[in-house]
Ligand binder design. Structure first.
Ligand code: UDP
Ligand code: MG
Length: 309
């Protein structure tokens, strides 16, 4: 008998846990038909509400429900990794708790697995119901990301994904601390079928991603999958050297031909502040990579478990 592991990262989702379970179990006839067992792994990412209590209530009535509780909020990436480590299934599916990843798509996803695909991923074709600025910035991020990195990252890709064991093992073999799962899925490769669907609004509660959190996450994504910004520093350095060289020639020629008709200091101040700005910017880029390297070298665990059921 095949086993399907469902991984559900939860952060302050007390209102959604039961709804999610109910919605997922609507697939029970399909699971039976396929002769497939199911296990659920709720990863409580340090919620401050009663999320873990809700999961425990579920676990009391259903042996297939498991809970891993973190000692604090380690972020969705850590929760995903923990889920992958726990999941023992021949197939693993990753889903959000807020029902933005409709469990009703599962039978359709398995149809593609049966056709021989290693993983079935989803992307939303619309961003209906999302603030305009957020959609615009998200689009810009994917454009920049795909220019800078050779790993393809699909615009609108969600983390909702059904995988065979081999893909899960590949993802687990990447043990980096700064995780950007969307990039990791692209990096490991395998034959992936993309399913498209309309954006679904979150069932209850609010999004757990603030604007700032998303912004930092996007920078993490870029530095994790591209070293192009480091090259940018060198390119700018060369450009400014050329500019300075031309300016020197210009100044000398002007001195020889006309004496020195204007006082130089306003232009000097502008140039100095421009160049020092660029220098600081480049130093910042180097600092970004250095800090990531620092965190990797420390080799801290990605998460700490408080409780497990
Ligand atoms: N989540 C998490 N840790 C966090 C933030 C979010 O485990 O620090 C979970 C959250 O509970 C949800 C999923 O990740 O199941 C997606 O989060 P959310 O719906 O808030 O993001 P959005 O769908 O708005 O991008
Ligand atoms: Mg959501």
């Amino acid at each position: 008998m095949d086993l399907l592991s469902v991984i559900v990262p939860c952060y302050n989702e007390e209102e959604n846990v039961f709804d999610f379970y109910e919605e997922l179990m609507k697939n029970a006839p399909f699971f039976r038909e396929r002769d497939m067992e199911v296990e659920l792994w709720f990863i409580d990412d340090g919620s401050g509400d009663r999320t873990s209590h809700r999961v425990k209530e579920l676990a009391a009535g259903d042996k297939r429900v498991h809970l891993v509780s973190f000692s604090r909020n380690f972020g969705k990436e850590a929760a995903i990794y923990a889920g992958f480590q726990k999941a023992g299934g021949d197939y693993v599916v990753l889903m959000d708790c807020d029902l933005q990843d409709p469990p009703s798509l599962l039978p359709g996803m398995f149809a593609y697995i049966d056709q021989g695909y290693d993983s079935v991923a989803t992307r939303r074709v619309t961003r209906k119901g999302e603030p305009f600025i957020r959609s615009m910035l998200a689009r810009a991020f994917y454009r920049i990301m795909n220019k800078l990195s050779r790993t393809e990252i699909v615009d609108g890709a969600r983390d909702y994904r059904l995988m065979k064991r081999c893909v899960v093992d590949a993802v687990l073999s990447l043990t980096e601390y700064n995780r950007f799962t969307k990039g990791i899925f692209g990096w490991v490769g395998f034959e992936t079928k993309w399913l498209e669907y309309e954006n679904v609004q979150r069932r209850k509660g609010e999004t757990k991603w603030s604007f700032w959190k998303l912004f930092v996450y996007s920078l993490d994504g870029i530095t994790a999958f591209s070293t192009a910004p480091l090259a940018l520093a060198s390119v700018m350095g060369v450009l400014f050297c050329i500019m300075a060289f031309l300016l020197i020639i210009f100044t000398i020629v002007r001195k020889l031909m006309f004496g020195d008709p204007t006082s130089g200091w306003p232009s000097l101040v502008c140039i100095i502040s421009l160049i020092s700005g660029v220098q600081l910017f480049c130093l910042g880029i180097v600092g970004q990579y250095l800090s990531k390297t620092y965190m990797e070298v420390k080799n801290r665990p990605m998460y700490l478990v408080k409780e497990e059921i």
